[in-house]
Design a protein around this ligand. Structure first.
Ligand code: CTP
Length: 413
């Protein structure tokens, strides 16, 4: 496919190098047209090297080829990233001052704008009117992602992640109208990894959770346009970029972080393996073996059930307040009292969450593995949904289900 990649003059231009890579690695022929302003952020040499095609932003280069006509006509897809407020305005009003805007006027195929700007600029009625105009003419304009912006400010205005723009572009070409980022503007809190409950300064009770599933969920939610907070208990994998990380160690710390984060979250996903018990006493000093005393006996006490508490708090919140979707995870083996699904259904009732993602665990399954097979149960009683594959694929299915629940059942208050 022939793609024209128009690069606007915003700091997010540097992220577009990754997007270009995704296009070229998928076998597409990409011509980059940077605006004059964007070359202050990323130089044309970068685009030439990465695309393997000559780069120009002037209608007066290679005049004999009438580049804007050729590029606009030949493009199977035009992607503008970052689409600055200025570029959206120029496109909406049909200006033609440089090669990119000329090319847009000549375009015959689908056009996708991936905006990035400060929140105030995005929310300004002038920008919103331009977006409306472009959409009404059939162009696709993604919602910007939310999160930290260039300065100290944060809010909607971040360039959606390159993966997300790539997916939206492919969906647009495939004729799928529903390419909007499903979690744009949503705040999603995800707990991941396994808690560690200290016994003394060097020892703890832990579990085998690697954090891979939670991290994959965070990536999927981020790519779906959400602002993501990752409450990270012990993990064997690094947290992803573009998410806020809150490190925690124990179940009690996780409880505190989760309750605080839930206060303004649209979605809370408890994928952490939370220790159900902790040592009743934590020694300040290392517990030594002593021949003159009995070996120590560890007494355990119950940890609070965080998921259950989140549900209780949500349910007792003032009516008309923020709608919140709460998702639990369950690792089940099945036993003489019932199979995996029977246990999971009982747990869904007990915990009261909206969705329960059920893993079937055996000795070699789930923990630390890259693949997974789950069933998603809903409190609403709809049919159980199966998803399997890599943890990335399973996460995409879970996040897509969450997007569906939010967008179809309970629009944001
Ligand atoms: N969870 C939690 N707080 C706990 C224990 C678990 O929030 N103290 C959450 C987990 O993050 C997960 C869900 O509850 O989303 C299911 O956890 P699991 O340990 O499988 O369920 P339990 O209630 O502990 O039931 P059981 O041990 O009987 O299987």
């Amino acid at each position: 496919m022939r793609i024209v990649l128009g690069v606007g003059g915003g700091i997010a231009a540097y992220k577009v190098a990754s997007l270009l890579r995704l296009f070229t690695e998928a076998g597409h022929d990409v011509t980059v047209i940077p605006t004059e302003a964007s070359t202050r952020f990323v130089g044309t040499a970068t685009w030439e090297a990465l695309s393997g095609n000559p780069v120009s932003n002037s209608v007066f280069d290679d005049v004999h080829q009438v580049n804007h006509v050729r590029l606009g006509h030949e493009a199977d897809l035009i992607v503008i990233a970052p689409a600055t407020a200025d570029l959206l305005a120029k496109a909406a009003t049909g200006q033609a001052g440089d090669l990119l805007t000329n090319t847009l006027l000549m375009a015959r195929g689908p056009v996708l704008f991936a905006p990035a700007m400060h929140t105030e600029m995005w929310q300004h009625p002038a920008t919103q009117a331009n977006v409306e105009t472009l959409r009404s003419r059939g162009s696709a304009v993604l919602e910007p992602a939310s999160g930290r912006l260039t300065g100290a400010d944060s809010g909607p205005g971040r360039l959606p992640e390159p993966d997300a723009i790539f997916d939206a572009a492919m969906a647009l070409v495939d004729g799928q109208a529903d390419f909007q980022l499903p979690l744009a503007g949503r705040i999603v809190t995800i707990s991941a990894g396994g808690t560690r409950e200290p016994l003394d300064p060097v020892r703890f009770l832990g579990n085998r959770s690697s954090g891979k599933q939670g991290v994959a969920l965070a990536v999927a939610a981020r790519n779906a346009g959400a602002t993501v907070r990752l409450l990270a208990a012990h993990m064997d994998v690094p947290p992803p970029s573009g998410v806020e990380v809150v490190p925690v160690e124990t179940a009690l710390q996780l409880r505190e972080a989760a309750l605080a984060a839930a206060a303004d979250s649209d979605v809370v996903i408890m994928s952490a393996a939370v220790a159900d018990f902790r040592p009743a006493a934590v020694s300040d000093t290392k517990i030594k073996k002593r021949d003159d005393r009995d070996d120590p006996v560890i007494t355990l006490v119950r940890n609070p059930d965080i998921l259950h508490e989140l549900v209780e708090r949500r349910n007792s919140a003032a009516p008309g307040g923020r709608q919140q979707l709460i998702v639990g995870f369950a690792a089940e083996t099945g036993d003489s009292d019932g199979d995996v699904l029977a246990h999971a259904r009982a747990k869904l009732q007990r915990k009261g969450c909206d969705l329960l993602v059920v893993n079937h665990v055996g000795t070699d399954k789930v923990f630390g593995q890259d693949t997974n097979s789950v069933v998603i149960l809903a409190r609403s009683g709809s049919e159980p949904q199966e998803a399997s594959g890599t943890k990335t694929e399973v996460s995409a299915a879970v996040i897509s289900r969450i997007g569906h629940e939010l967008n179809s059942v309970s629009p944001r208050a």
